[in-house]
Structure formats: C-alpha cells, structure tokens
Design a protein around this ligand. Structure first.
Ligand code: ZN
Length: 62
C-alpha cells in the first residue's frame, strides 16, 4: 500500500505500530485514522474519548 497523500510526517499520533508512531490521516469523532510508516497499513483507532464522558477528576489545588 502506498503512503497516503494525507500522511503528514509532522502529524504523528501516539499510536505505535512496528515500533513507529503512526501518521495521523484524519479523525472522525473519537476514531482516528492512522497509517504506519513502516508497514504502511492504515487503520482506525478508537481513542475512547467521548464528549461529555471524560473523566474529570479535579486535581486538588492547594
Ligand atoms: Zn506497522
């Protein structure tokens, strides 16, 4: 699979594949579209983030 034209080396996600950080191709809600620079596979990753459902443990500011 060729590298996606949307793959921007300056935009990497924190998701690892083949010991490389993947390129961020885009996102849709909590899902991010990624491409591995090594094996070049593209995949969706669910970040688990949902609006309004974020854990908000307020740090105790003292
Ligand atoms: Zn890979």
């Amino acid at each position: 699979m060729p590298m996606s034209p949307d793959a921007d080396p300056t935009r990497r996600a924190w998701i690892e594949c083949c010991d490389e950080w993947c390129y961020l191709l885009g996102n849709e809600g909590p899902q991010v579209h990624l491409q591995c620079p090594a094996c070049r596979k593209t995949f969706w990753h669910d970040t688990g983030f949902r609006h309004g459902r974020a854990q908000s443990d307020r740090p105790s500011a003292s």
